[in-house]
Design a protein around this ligand. Structure first.
Ligand SMILES: Nc1nc2c(ncn2[C@@H]2O[C@H](COP(=O)(O)OP(=O)(O)OP(=O)(O)O)[C@@H](O)[C@H]2O)c(=O)[nH]1
Ligand SMILES: [Mg+2]
Length: 399
């Protein structure tokens, strides 16, 4: 509010919808006049009429100056219309796509929790050291990603600064949570002073998403776990503390931009939301039923996410990480040596045998055998099965 010099009146302007403004005038803290839906150019006139009706004569250039001062404040703090219009654009985008293949994922948490880094590490292909100076997200950042044609998550990365959280709790609430399939709540495990705030925000977010979609999946990332000494004790404490008022099932993941934890957490999420997962799993499991096959994994090339796997969840972290590294190296060799397209790769060690097949332009099939000492007939048989299974998976995409 700005005081009108020489009077006891104050004038306030705030933005309302569609680039219109709300004008109000107070006299000794009492609201005495209010007009909504004003265009910018009409405000000075409106103020002048008001004062004329009170038989007060205030020079027009002075009113103009005060109005402009107020307007400049409105536009500098005007995140409302910025963020509201972002959400409107996102929703439009979302509604234009066939919803059965789009999955809306809400990435939310307090400021500085690490949400944007999580996205950039997995889907933006960034290295940890490239993420050390990540800037706070202004409003909502929207990203769409195609995971090996398996599923198309649409990820809303919600800036966590207080002014934005207030918006989410207010007018944007239903736009954000409506039609969302997955809540991905990120908490910075080193930010102990804000554990209680984080708990309240999680509780609120869970209630919102569930009210729109009772089937929604809730995931909590205990993030920046690399900075903690006793990871297991802290995870056990936080599980209890954060879920004290929540009855809906929550899946917890301990994550960090360093190492492989984010990739296995996301692999799990991607598999949960993909309609093709059931088929892939049954194909991979039938492969594993072969007496000489230890495990089978279907890997997405650009992210290294496992779209399907028969590995034990506890082994998957390392195995998927190592396989991704191997594949990056193979691709590099092929590129540098101009060897054209990659078809298959066989790795024999003292103890084991690994077969890698190119399935589609986004997917690789990896078969890990039980032993390196198999007869050449057995290996030949599995190689043929590998080619056949690659075909089956490819058909799943072409149909
Ligand atoms: N040690 C460590 N630091 C991390 C990790 N992830 C993110 N950070 C750091 O945390 C800071 C904040 O990361 P952001 O991803 O920008 O946080 P945000 O949750 O998106 O923040 P807002 O956009 O403001 O809501 C950055 O300085 C990152 O370098 C992690 O796994 N370990
Ligand atoms: Mg961010």
């Amino acid at each position: 509010m700005k005081k009108i010099p020489g009077t006891l009146f104050h004038l306030g302007i705030s933005s309302s919808k569609d680039d219109k403004f709300l004008l109000n005038v107070q006299y000794r803290d009492q609201l005495v006049y209010e007009r909504t839906g004003l265009i910018k150019e009409a405000i000075t006139n409106e103020v002048q009429f008001f004062f004329e009706s009170k038989n007060l004569s205030i020079p027009r250039n002075r009113i103009d100056w005060i109005v402009n001062e107020e307007l400049s404040n409105v536009s500098s703090t005007n995140d409302e219309s910025f963020i509201e219009s972002t959400v409107t654009d996102l929703l439009g985008e979302f509604q234009r796509k066939p919803t059965e293949e789009m999955k809306k994922i809400i990435l939310i948490g307090l400021s500085n929790a690490g949400k944007t880094c999580i996205y950039e590490r997995v889907f933006g292909g960034k290295k940890p050291y490239e993420l050390l100076n990540s800037a706070a997200t202004k409003g909502i950042s929207y990203n769409e990603y195609k995971v090996g044609s398996i599923t198309k998550p649409m990820i809303w990365d919600l800036g966590g600064q207080q002014q934005y959280l207030d918006e989410y709790h207010g007018v944007l609430r239903s736009n954000i949570f409506r039609k969302a399939s997955i809540l991905l709540y990120v908490i910075d495990v080193t930010d102990t002073d804000r554990f209680e705030d984080a708990r309240e925000e999680l509780e609120w977010s869970v209630n919102q998403i569930i009210s729109f979609n009772p089937e929604a999946m809730i995931n909590v990332f205990f993030h920046k776990i690399d900075l903690v000494h006793d990871e297991d004790a802290l995870a056990a404490y936080l599980k209890k503390f954060l879920s004290q008022n929540i009855s809906h099932k929550i899946t917890f993941h301990s994550t960090s931009i360093f190492g492989q934890s984010l990739f296995s957490a996301w692999s799990e999420i991607i598999r949960e939301i993909s309609p093709k997962t059931t088929f892939i799993n049954s194909i991979l499991n039938s492969l594993k039923n072969h007496k000489d096959v230890k495990d089978a994994v279907l890997l997405e090339k650009s992210t290294g996410l496992a779209c399907g796997s028969t590995l034990d969840i506890k082994d998957e972290d390392i195995a998927v990480g190592m396989l991704s590294l191997l594949i990056v190296t193979i691709n590099k060799v092929i590129r540098e040596m101009k060897l054209h397209n990659f078809k298959e790769f066989k790795l024999k060690t003292d103890a084991n045998y690994v077969l890698i097949y190119d399935v589609t332009q986004d997917l690789l099939l990896i078969i890990i055998l039980t032993s390196a000492n198999l007869s050449s007939e057995s290996i030949l048989e599995i190689e043929e099965i590998g080619i056949e299974v690659s075909k089956q998976i490819r058909n799943l995409w072409i149909e």
